[in-house]
Design a protein. Structure first.
Length: 717
């Protein structure tokens, strides 16, 4: 499992026809004859050639990026003001094309993406505001028949679907779904959910938005009251005929007041918790006052959560993570079914560049007030998209023609059955050894040839490897996309011995993850790793990877199905292999195409190309005999990075006695807004020699997509 242009004729007086749609793929779009968008709600700020609106979720979305797209791609962008309002002037003359708006921001540390659509005649008239709310997201999904983010990322928007009739029909279905909430908040029946003017004043449509909770789910969205009735409705864009939410027996004003009061109380609770960390880590007794007696979060009870998470204190060489000086803030009340129970999301912002994390927890109120109750899960799991910048690989033909390689059957080849190498005495190599390139099915094949010989002492063998090994790939020239599984090595039940991930395009038997090694300071790496690669600290599969026993067509169809997002089940197994629980993680839709296959300049990366003396070349690694390693590597950042972390590991072995091995690790959290140098000193150990050095910069953007640049002997700059 190691990885591997048609035209349409129509009556001029009845229709106006425009060619295009779906990435300009030659489809025909018909503009209906209601010239001037006569039914557009009043909009004093609207004008042809501009897009204006309000972004809100029951509160204004300030500082969010809004981008306008047509069938050629992005046209223009703007940032929302403190009141959530935006105006975007479009380049060039007004054109009769449908438009899509996309908003990207974070709320309580979690990504939030909203969309709205405008038909060609609406865009041409320029009389209609385009708001961005959870309800416009559902309308856009209804019209497109899929998640807008996914269709946009794949450049597969069916623009011909974006008509006035389709928009009106979709809006009617969404309005029917939430009509009980609209009735409760006195929203007029003739409301236009896409365009009717409103203010963020907790009245009318704004009040309705404050009482509606829309949460992404596999294949659609769960829609529910934020307070009051507990039942929810599933909104499927493929078949969007969901029944209406139940009516509330309580007045909307009471529900709003309850949510507002609870939000203030929870903010006060988190402010008090922040104060506990103002100068030092609080004691277990001090933290106990904030945790409910039945607290359970990601497999940890109250005592374990306090010790492992809230009192975590990493050594400086391990990144120095600590919550001293941290802020618990940005509380978002997701749902409150009754006066004493709530489901919330909040952000934990560590000091400086240590980054932030989002927590979702149940809260319970007892005689002492509100307390954290945890999420009730047995593990903290997540799946995300990652793009890795690494070497371009030499082909088998290149290895044969340039380096004299020969491929033949070999028991060492666990994937393809073939092993490629150049025998000693050829291509400038000394006799008695071979230049090993490995199994062509390995992901690292074609990057490095390692010379191995059994002649002489171990020191002599390492010396020969240092002289005759060859870099055959093209460093940092290729990016590859991965599906990454994250099981938090700290936040998991102690009864879990193995995790099996199933679903999506994974094999029917799933893939297994195992715990990393542990030191006195905690886990050696942050997450569980692939069972087949447990020494690497990595838990990612190349996007589109298919095992040998799977039909290629079926496998690729399954991966294609995951492009719109997918739910994966993490089965938690005990030492006997029995399933003792499971957790589900939702993979977001794939990132935009320009982000999924970015150029080299899109990566925060090490800048070692002009510093050969600093590169971790195989010759330098094999020549090591116990000296200290001085790391002084410049790096540069990239745009759009929210969090940046550097990790390094040095593996070395005892040169005197076979079997002895150790790994030194270092971690640093870095300011993503600047450039700098990474400086570490790894102490030497007499008689021990390095076998591998690996470092990586992991940059995370606002959507949670990671871009990773790694440095190693196979990719030294």
């Amino acid at each position: 499992m190691r990885f591997r242009v048609g035209l349409a004729a129509c009556a001029a007086l009845a229709f106006l026809a425009a060619c295009g749609g779906g990435d300009g793929g030659g489809q025909t779009r018909v503009i209906d004859a209601q010239a001037g968008d006569a039914d557009a709600p009043a909009c004093s700020a609207c004008a042809p050639g501009a897009v204006t609106g309000l972004a809100a979720i029951g509160q204004p979305l300030a500082g969010a990026r809004v981008t306008v797209y047509d069938d050629t791609g992005p046209l223009a962008s703007a940032i929302t003001g403190m009141d959530g309002r935006f105006r975007i002037d479009l380049p060039g003359p007004s054109s009769a094309k449908p438009l899509l708006l996309q908003l990207v921001t974070t709320v309580a540390g979690e990504p939030l993406i909203l969309h709205n659509l405008q038909s060609a005649e609406e865009a041409l008239a320029g009389k209609r505001a385009l708001h961005l709310t959870p309800l416009t997201e559902l309308i856009a999904a209804d019209v497109l028949g899929t998640a807008p983010q996914s269709a946009l990322a794949r450049h597969e928007i069916s623009w011909q679907r974006v008509t006035r009739r389709a928009l009106r029909d979709a809006e009617a279905r969404v309005q029917s779904l939430v009509q009980p909430v609209l009735n409760a908040t006195a929203v007029p029946d003739n409301v236009d959910l896409r365009s009717t003017a409103f203010d963020t004043d907790q009245a009318g449509l704004d009040a309705a938005l404050s009482l509606i909770h829309v949460e992404p789910a596999q294949g659609g969205w769960q829609v529910a009251w934020r307070a009051g009735p507990a039942s929810s409705r599933f909104f499927d864009p493929v078949s969007p005929a969901a029944s209406a939410l139940p009516a509330s027996a309580r007045p909307a004003s009471d529900l709003q007041q309850e949510l507002a009061t609870t939000t203030v109380q929870l903010q006060s609770l988190l402010s008090a918790l922040s104060a506990e960390y103002s100068g030092a880590l609080p004691s277990s007794a001090e933290l106990a006052a904030y945790l409910a007696p039945d607290f359970l979060h990601a497999g940890l009870d109250a005592a374990a959560y306090a010790r492992v998470v809230l009192q975590r204190q990493d050594a400086p060489d391990d990144g120095g993570y600590s919550l001293v000086g941290a802020r618990f803030s940005d509380v978002q009340l997701l749902q409150q079914p009754d006066a004493d129970h709530a489901w919330v999301r909040f952000r934990v912002q560590a000091r400086g560049v240590l980054g932030s994390r989002t927590e979702s927890m149940r809260m319970i109120r007892d005689a002492s007030g509100w307390r954290l109750q945890g999420n009730g899960a047995k593990a903290s799991v997540k799946v995300r998209h990652a793009i890795v910048l690494g070497p371009g690989q030499a082909t088998q033909d290149t290895l044969r023609s340039v380096h004299g390689a020969h491929c033949a059957g070999d028991v060492r080849a666990q994937l393809s059955g073939q092993w490629c190498s150049t025998p000693g005495g050829l291509a400038g190599l000394p006799g008695g050894g071979a230049l090993e390139f490995g199994d062509p099915a390995e992901m690292a094949f074609g990057t490095l040839g390692v010379y191995r010989s059994a002649m002489g002492t171990l020191a002599e063998q390492r010396s020969a490897a240092a002289v005759h090994s060859r870099l055959v790939g093209s460093p940092s020239s290729t990016s590859r996309r991965y599906l990454v599984f994250e099981v938090d090595a700290r936040e998991i039940s102690p009864h879990v011995a193995r995790v099996r991930v199933r679903g999506g395009a994974l094999p029917s038997g799933g893939i297994d993850l195992v715990a990393p090694g542990y030191t006195v300071n905690g886990p050696a790496v942050e997450h569980w790793t692939l069972a087949t690669d447990e020494d690497t600290g990595w838990a990612g599969l190349p996007w589109g990877w298919c095992p040998d026993d799977t039909e290629a067509a079926d496998c690729m169809a399954a991966w294609s199905g995951m492009r719109s997002g997918s739910s994966l089940v993490f089965e938690l197994l005990d030492t006997q292999g029995a399933v003792i629980g499971s957790e589900t993680a939702v993979l977001p839709p794939e990132p935009p195409r320009h982000a999924a296959d970015p150029g080299v300049s899109a990566f925060a990366r090490f800048a070692l190309a002009a510093q050969p003396a600093s590169q971790p070349l195989i010759a330098r690694v094999m020549a090591d005999s116990g000296g200290a390693w001085i790391i002084d590597w410049p790096w540069r950042t990239a745009s759009g990075v929210r969090w940046l972390r550097a990790d390094l590991s040095l593996q070395r072995t005892d040169l005197a006695s076979a079997g002895g091995a150790e790994t030194l690790r270092r971690r640093a959290h870095i300011d993503p807004a600047s450039h700098g140098r990474l400086a570490w000193t790894l102490p030497g150990r007499q008689g021990w020699g390095a076998t591998w050095l690996h470092a990586q910069l992991t940059a995370t953007d606002e959507l949670g997509v990671q871009r990773i640049h790694f440095i190693a002997p196979s990719n030294p700059h």
